[in-house]
Write a protein that binds this ligand. Sequence first.
Ligand code: FAD
Length: 407
Amino acid sequence: MQFFDIIIAGGGPAGMSAAAELSKDFKILILEKKKPGTTQTTWYSYEDRAVKYELEDAIAVRTKYIKFTAPTVEHFMKDECVVFDQQKVLEIWMERAKSNAAVVKHEAFIAYYHLGNEIVVETNSDKYRASLLIDSMGINSSILQKNKLVKRKDAWVIYGAKMSNVVLDNPLQLEYLPLNDEENTYIGIHPHNENETNIYAFKGQKNTYGNPKELKEKFERFINEFQPNAKQISILEGTIVSGTLKKYALDKVVFFGSSGMLNPDGCGMGFNEILMKHRAFADGIREVMKTKSLDEKSLQRVAYALKDPETINFQKIIGAFSLYFICSPGKWDGGVKWLNAMGEDSKYWMRNEMTLDWIKRANLKLNGVIPFKETYKMIPLKDFLFILGQYIRFKIKSKKSDFRNSA
Ligand SMILES: Cc1cc2nc3c(=O)[nH]c(=O)nc-3n(C[C@H](O)[C@H](O)[C@H](O)COP(=O)(O)OP(=O)(O)OC[C@H]3O[C@@H](n4cnc5c(N)ncnc54)[C@H](O)[C@@H]3O)c2cc1C
């Protein structure tokens, strides 16, 4: 049995980005059940992140804003946005890993077991030994399922296609608009170039992973009606799952990416979180590899270090408020009104780059746009008490800082 320092199961953005970094120091094996370097997703991100993580060669389109449309209002979220060529991002990371002698195999992870101080990974065609297994198999990871590790899960379920012959007023606009607000179903448009566009239907659902295929008919009806001449180049489908796990690591196994619930509840989005966190994750793994601390507790510490508690608390609030949007037909307007109330600051929400001061203002503005008396009935009691506590905390803090500013 061949030995690797680290086996990475799953070659999506989480697995490939971790491999690109960790292959600088360790002997790495990447296992991917589909053709390595491919994905059925599409990612928008930001120019500064493309520069910081040396992914400029994968930029397909640059835009100056994201347009959010709601039934009665719209919001232009000004930012230096980019839409990546997603296959190219994966190829770049895969090539970086390979150039550091990482091995990429087109094999499916089946199971693992402990053998002395190592673990043995079984695939559909072979067995390998390693000191550490990184599970980046996404939300359907068999390790998560077998160990019943998912505590809470909510999903944005997505189905669409990369299309040609699309006729749009502004073909290079990054855009989100309602398809059926009452059903909490929306359309996302990620331009790829002047002639090709990624278009998808997406739906927010609670307590489920959902099934992307359930949106197929809605998506096709939308395309037939509004873009009758458009042609499908390739299918986009998947889910953006957020939630919590009972454990973020097991003995000699750590979760990274969707399998580690890295997607925030209300914003940010999964690929972007992976992009922002993969170097910190790799640093954490280097440390535990160096000290040979690959037990559950030490690995959980690496995973927890990627989560900022203030931001998570804020996202819990946004998550609870999203119940309001989901339960109230036609109330998506509230979300876009809140973005307008935040003005130029709204982008930090989508970026998931929040300071405590920003969180405080955003909470008070959210409370101003959506009256608390109207929403509290829809918030579960346990969230309600938490949110109330946060408001009191923010109000006291803002009073104190007003006092300090005027003093
Ligand atoms: C249509 C769409 C649009 C999106 N838009 C954005 C966006 O604009 N911005 C953003 O930040 N995020 C976006 N996301 C979310 C983003 O794509 C995900 O958060 C991200 O892909 C998660 O990456 P991951 O590597 O953790 O998991 P995945 O992308 O799910 O990758 C898991 C990989 O593991 C492989 N695998 C699974 N099981 C096995 C096995 N047994 N053996 C070997 N390999 C296995 C899978 O084939 C897959 O390649 C979008 C998602 C979709 C579907």
